[in-house]
Ligand binder design. Structure first.
Ligand code: NAP
Length: 481
């Protein structure tokens, strides 16, 4: 059978962009272009280089199933190792000559049955399919703390680490105690002269050690590939079990809560323990996993500051109680704008519909991958994807397979354009909304999972249910022309 060969553009060469590009190329689609505004692949792993950066998802599961790495050094790999893995994957699958590095797509509009892309250099090109793979943890969120500009030392966001700044013997103030702030404390304790952690809201931390793999493990993993596959399945199974605790009240939520309480007992000083104890249900905010945080917090050269930040002056941070905390370096571990998705790129669909207008009340999608009014447009890790304490590589693989299945149908000439219907998208989102009250994210805390209205924008079911949904193509809920 003759097949049409589509031109496909992927925006972003991070974990999910590489994943979908490889799926397209392996299926025989030749015209694949990846636009990447930076000069290297890796996305969040390229941008985050702070001391202590480690993936808190086990390496055996935070990797592509089609490119297993038997040589991870630790159960939870350091960030640099993960970035090296993605660079290696890009080389191995011959992606580099398909990536337009240093090129940002600023505008995409659907015109005459194709997507017309415009880059920041003003160049235009046309493709049949557009896939956004722009990541979730991408745009740093910098708080407007008064006087920050007047600080006499170095101040930067955790995702924009300034490696020219000497850390040894210096006083480092870390603002924010999410996964990043916690890892920073572990990475800087004993290196910096003094570490001050500015905590606005205490976090639940699950104590998980991070063992180094032995020579025997390297040998067996390299020799017997099935061991790695078994480990992957084992971890996936464990995550599916654990995820039920996130989405439904019950025993699993209680067990995770109990484990967090047990972890906190490592803190001996009752006053410090009280200050580190959150007043909301464990896992309401993304659960922080760390083997060393509580130990580090008990060091003499590490201090917890719980008074609110009032302003910054030349010498350091002044808290609301009037105390000046002198510092040489301020690190803003204050997170990311997780609701931006592909924006600020302008996306204009059929009949001039703009994504900004459609998403005025928050990002919405059908089955996390597509939007009505935007034909032949797909998203990786789009709105309501399962992005919490889960292996995003697995989520990306199932989304890539799903998107590829649609494109294969286009190649067979079954349609020219595809988009989900509005009623299907509305009923899908109503189903998500109905499930939200059951989730742990609505139990009374603020987090990056929530939109402006306080409603979680993540997947309220298990990862297995997400995989099952994407394993099938529900043609009746799409408009094919
Ligand atoms: P985050 O979880 O959004 O935490 C931001 C922190 O900054 C919170 O403690 C927040 O306090 C604080 N904050 C924000 N604005 C502030 C202000 N004006 N004054 C004082 N404190 C302020 O950000 P993150 O730690 O960078 O983590 C983001 C996500 O990245 C994680 O949830 C995770 O998905 C991912 N991540 C993953 C890993 C990994 O190992 N896999 C590592 C790092 C990050 P409140 O809690 O009071 O708002």
């Amino acid at each position: 059978m003759t097949r049409r060969d589509p031109a496909v553009a992927v925006i972003g060469a991070g974990m999910s962009g590489l994943c979908v590009a490889i799926a397209l190329l392996r299926s025989g689609i030749r015209d694949v272009t990846i636009y990447e505004k930076a000069d290297e692949v890796g996305g969040t792993w390229r941008e985050n280089t702070y001391p202590g950066l480690t993936c808190d998802i086990p390496s055996r599961v935070y990797q592509y199933t089609f490119a297993r790495n038997p040589n991870w050094t630790h159960m939870f790999s350091p960030g640099g190792e993960i970035q090296a893995y993605f660079r290696g994957v890009a080389d191995r699958f011959g992606l580099r000559n398909r990536i337009r590095f240093g090129t940002e797509v600023v505008d995409a509009r659907f015109e005459g049955g194709r997507w017309v892309l415009r880059t920041d250099a003003g160049a235009e090109s046309q493709v049949d399919f557009l896939i956004s793979a722009t990541g979730v943890l991408h745009h740093p969120r910098t708080p407007s703390i008064s006087g920050l500009d007047s600080f006499g030392g170095n101040a930067f966001h955790s995702a924009r680490w300034d490696h020219s700044v000497e850390l040894r013997g210096r006083r480092v103030a870390i603002v924010g105690n999410g996964s990043t702030g916690v890892q920073l404390v572990c990475g800087l304790a004993g290196v910096a002269g003094r570490v001050m952690l500015f905590q606005r809201t205490a976090q639940w931390v699950l104590r998980l050690p991070n063992p180094r793999y032995s020579k025997f493990t390297f040998f067996t993993r390299n020799r017997f590939g099935w061991l790695d596959r078994m480990a992957y399945r084992g971890y996936s199974f464990a995550y599916d079990l654990f995820a039920v605790g996130l989405t439904k009240p019950g025993l699993r939520r209680k067990i995770m809560g109990a484990l967090c309480h047990v972890s906190l007992r490592e803190v001996r000083d009752p006053e410090l323990r009280r200050a580190l104890t959150p007043d909301y249900t464990p896992m309401c905010k993304r659960l922080v996993m760390s083997g060393g945080f509580y130990r580090a917090m008990q060091r003499n050269d590490v201090e917890l500051v719980t008074a609110g930040i009032d302003h910054v002056e030349r010498r350091g941070i002044v808290t609301e109680d009037g105390a000046l905390h002198e510092a040489d370096i301020i690190v803003l571990a204050t997170g990311f704008d997780t609701h931006a998705f592909f924006r600020p790129m302008r996306l204009t669909g059929r009949d001039g519909i703009s994504a900004d207008d459609v998403w005025r009340d928050g990002p919405r999608a059908f089955q996390t991958v597509a939007m009505p009014g935007f034909p032949n447009f797909f998203m990786m890790l789009g709105p309501h994807s399962p992005v919490g304490n889960l292996a995003l590589t697995a989520v990306a693989e199932s989304q890539a397979d799903h998107i590829l299945r649609w494109i294969q149908r286009w190649r067979r000439g079954e349609f020219d354009t595809v988009e989900p219907t509005s009623p299907a998208t509305e009923s899908f989102n109503a189903q998500l909304r109905a499930a939200m009250p059951n989730t742990v994210w609505t139990t009374g805390c603020d987090s990056w999972y929530l939109n402006k209205a306080g409603v979680p924008e993540v997947w309220p079911f298990t990862p297995a249910e997400h995989r099952a949904m994407l394993a099938n193509i529900d043609s009746a809920r799409y408009d094919l022309r």
